[in-house]
Design a protein around this ligand. Structure first.
Ligand code: FAD
Ligand code: AMP
Length: 478
């Protein structure tokens, strides 16, 4: 007899494992299947995010940021540190131990909540049956009332630069270098390219970022994107826009890259090349005959606004469906779907998903940019406030960047919030909370913010929307 479950989740990344835990919390008999095997040959849960994405990249970003500050900024505070050195293998080992801890954490949460964990590959068959093939090749059928597909995404490969050994690598390989390369190329100035480029740039690598688009961070508010480009350039990242990579050749332990821009064809030689040109939904070998799931033209599983596929009882969440490829978006979809399965009312607000780029300064935003509002013909007011006028930022020796709040010109409702600067992700999150409650800029301006905190920049930017920020001269006065 096949094992029967209320919910079978295929994929144990931040979408899948969260969906499994929430389902089990709600009293549903739940299984979660994941095929990820770590370097030691052990099956682990946590997906891209825990194993090779959000967490390991942030471990390296934090370590290299501290190293950079110790070398270049501590002396401003009177701290004289001599002979600062980075032990790259130790940094990588620390990252790996964090990943292992988190893998164990998910396994522990599964146990505590009674989720049945299956290490192996899931395949959706007709009639909501799921075939699981474990890592030794044994097969088993699970029968489910509900199936949640959470199989995530994988890096896009481009023909002119296919991954090759440890020289042309994707995001996974870029987290494993044994030493800082002398000269490194990055294809793609997206979130992943900029974060990984920053990691190695801080350790002394000469980094050249090749980006096909003419605009830097085209999807981000352009005032913020311009500030980001200026700051990253100051740090030494050589960002070349309008540069389309057309070929690569690995020779004598190096890679020769050719690219075209408005000035013609160019050649560069690097010790390493990171390909960070985006990710694509992953459904390889997932769907058996009659599984009842449709894919769109780009390979995403087709779902409605509630993550329901065209077959009742089959759901899909996270990177494998439309929307931003972000861990918190995947997790929230997991919670919503579990609650809907349990018969509760649940809904996700797709308009207020925050994004963060963990460079330094950090860049974070939620809602609409000035460019979007202009295109939509929505009238708006803008308030900005620089960290250089925030006492706490000065005390912290971290004053680059600003907060920008955009509000409707007539209703004053906050439509967008952008932060470039220290702790930008956490500050933008304050705006998410305000916006979820329909806050106006005036509402935010009337709240009491602790002093001295970085949050005061959010308060002042909200006041600046109405032309009455206190700690700067206002352009529009009220
Ligand atoms: P995944 O995390 O990709 O998990 C899918 C899981 O499904 C995998 O474990 C896979 O093994 C498993 N699977 C696939 N097919 C099958 C099958 N047939 N059977 C069984 N198991 C299967 N997002 C952020 O929000 N913040 C960040 O700072 C951030 N940083 C990132 C940095 C990097 C370098 C990268 C690559 C990504 C980053 N992301 C970040 C994106 C984030 O990792 C993804 O959005 C998130 O992991 C998506 O979650 P998911 O559950 O949909 O899929
Ligand atoms: P993201 O999807 O945010 O990770 O960003 C990936 C970036 O890679 C995009 O900005 C693309 O324009 C860029 N890109 C894709 N293909 C190429 C290429 N052949 N050469 C240079 N940049 C590219």
């Amino acid at each position: 007899m096949a094992n029967q479950f209320d919910v079978v989740v295929i994929g144990g990344g931040p979408g899948g494992y969260v969906a499994a835990i929430r389902s089990a919390q709600l009293g549903l008999k739940t299984a979660c299947i994941d095929k990820w095997v770590n370097k030691e040959g052990k099956g682990v849960f946590g997906g891209t995010c825990l194993n090779v994405g959000c967490i390991p990249s942030k471990a390296l970003l934090e370590a290299t940021h501290k190293y950079h500050d110790a070398k270049h900024k501590y002396s401003d505070m009177g701290i004289q540190v001599k002979d600062v050195e980075m032990d790259v293998p130790a940094m990588i080992a620390r990252k790996e131990s964090i990943v292992k801890n988190l893998n164990m954490g998910v396994a522990g949460l599964f146990k505590a909540n009674g989720v049945s964990a299956y290490e192996g590959t899931g395949r959706l068959l007709a009639g909501k049956q799921v075939e699981v093939t474990d890592h030794s090749g044994n097969r088993e059928i699970l029968e489910a009332k509900h199936v949640i597909i959470a199989t995530g995404s994988v890096p896009v490969e481009i023909p002119p630069a296919r991954t090759q050994g440890d020289i042309i690598v994707d995001n996974e390989g870029a987290l494993e270098f044994k030493e800082a390369p002398k000269r490194m190329g990055v294809i793609g100035a997206g979130v992943i390219g900029l974060e990984l480029g920053s990691v190695w740039n801080r350790l002394g690598t000469e980094v050249v970022v090749l980006e096909a688009q003419d605009k830097f961070l085209a999807a981000v508010d352009q005032q913020v994107a311009k500030e980001a480009q200026k700051q990253l350039k100051k740090q030494g990242l050589d960002i070349r826009l309008g540069a389309m990579v057309t070929g690569s050749e690995v020779k004598n332990g190096q890679v020769k890259v050719t690219y075209k821009d408005a000035g013609g064809e160019h050649e560069e030689v690097f010790d390493k090349l990171i390909v960070a040109v985006g990710r694509k939904p992953y459904t390889e070998n997932l769907l058996g005959d009659g599984a009842g799931v449709e894919l769109d033209e780009r390979g995403f599983v087709k779902v409605d606004g509630f993550c329901q596929t065209s077959t009742p009882g089959i759901w899909a969440i996270g990177d494998v469906v439309r929307g931003p490829m972000l861990a918190h978006k995947a997790s929230e979809e997991g919670v919503v779907v579990a609650e809907l399965i349990a018969g509760q009312k649940a809904q996700m607000n797709y308009d207020l998903i925050p994004s963060v780029i963990y460079t330094h300064p950090e860049i974070a935003w939620v809602g609409k940019s000035e460019e979007m509002l202009k295109a939509e013909g929505v009238p708006y007011n803008v308030g900005t406030f620089p960290f250089s006028a925030i006492g706490r930022a000065m005390a912290n020796n971290d004053t680059d960047g600003f907060v920008k709040i955009i509000a409707h010109a007539e209703t004053d409702r906050i439509l967008g919030a952008y932060v470039i600067g220290p702790s930008a992700g956490d500050l933008a999150q304050q705006c998410v909370i305000a916006m979820e409650f329909g806050s106006s800029a005036e509402d935010l301006g009337m709240m009491v913010f602790s002093h001295p905190t970085l949050s005061e920049a959010v308060h002042e930017a909200a006041l600046a929307v109405g032309g009455h920020a206190i700690h700067k001269a206002n352009r529009r006065k009220k």
